[in-house]
Ligand binder design. Sequence first.
Ligand SMILES: *Cc1c(COP(=O)(O)O)cnc(C)c1O
Length: 365
Amino acid sequence: MEIKIKKAPLKKRKTKPVDEAKLGFGKHFTDHFFNVKYKEGKGWYDPVIEPYRNLQLDPTAMCLHYGQEIFEGLKAYRGQDGAIYLFRPLENIKRMNSSAERLCMPIIDENLFMDAMKKLVILEKEWIPKGIGTSMYIRPTMIATEAALGVHPASEYLFFIVVGPVGAYYPQGFSPTKMFVSEEYSRAVRGGIGHVKAAGNYAASLYASKIATNMGYTQVLWLDSAEKKYVEEVGTSNIFFQIGDELITPHLGGSILPGVTRKSVIALAKHLGTKVVERQISIDEVITTSQNGLLKEAFASGTAAIVSPVGHIHFRGKEYLINDGKTGALAEKLYNEILQIQYGLKDDPFGWRVKIFDGKKTPKK
Ligand SMILES: *Cc1c(COP(=O)(O)O)cnc(C)c1O
């Protein structure tokens, strides 16, 4: 399917933020966005990159009532030679389609999805910040647009992609976070939708996050909903513990989001000679090993920060320190390795990096 490109007139374009240190996350979006419509019986039609604008939705658009809304998050990185890279984009495309399947939404053609991301990022390449750690965030989203009430899968959808520059996550270096273990609230249940990137999961997480933030914690450490015993995720990231000489992460049991960064950390840690184990890990084991010294490090993984060290855990009114509240060597090593692969500063033995623009010649198809 050929993507039509309608460019915004030059005089209507936004002023780009100049201070890369103040970019933050999710505050700036570019001059154009991609969208394509879907109708049952007709399939996807009219793919277009057009000037950024408000969407028009009927008040009964089904996404507003019954939550058929899924999204993805990945980044485009500018290399020092001006080349532009994506990091494992096919993983995000496949995950979006697995989210779509779970919420009875239509699958998107992988080639159309990839083509749309590449064309949009290349069209907006002047917006990609230059500093290491900065990037262009890509947010693909699908919503049900059919105007009707009544709970059933919608017959009409909109898939769109917006992009915008984001700042470095650690402009002043790592600062380990403080986790609050929630025994009262759940993010996801087995058999539910926790393993896909559905908007409703985030709404479900807000209340416990608010409690944690009010108490001075950075994020919620979620336990399994049935027994409140096993660690699942932290905030909107996956979690890793280094216990003894093993790196342990909860296995994907149906309520955990299969992070692209999680998968990359596992592969990279193995490649670097660390033993990685995917298994259930109880909060009791985490607490016990934090007391007897076996727990050396804990860190979260996700596209936003790559790796985010955990320094404190709050559990049942008590505070437990991990690695003296400092960033661990393994977290730092994994962070640096992935970062350098993403920015084209290092060989990519895994083939994770996808060059979409070579910095000099015309864009690659
Ligand atoms: C997006 C997300 C992650 C991290 O996934 P990445 O692909 O590594 O960015 C982890 N947990 C939740 C709940 C998420 O939404």
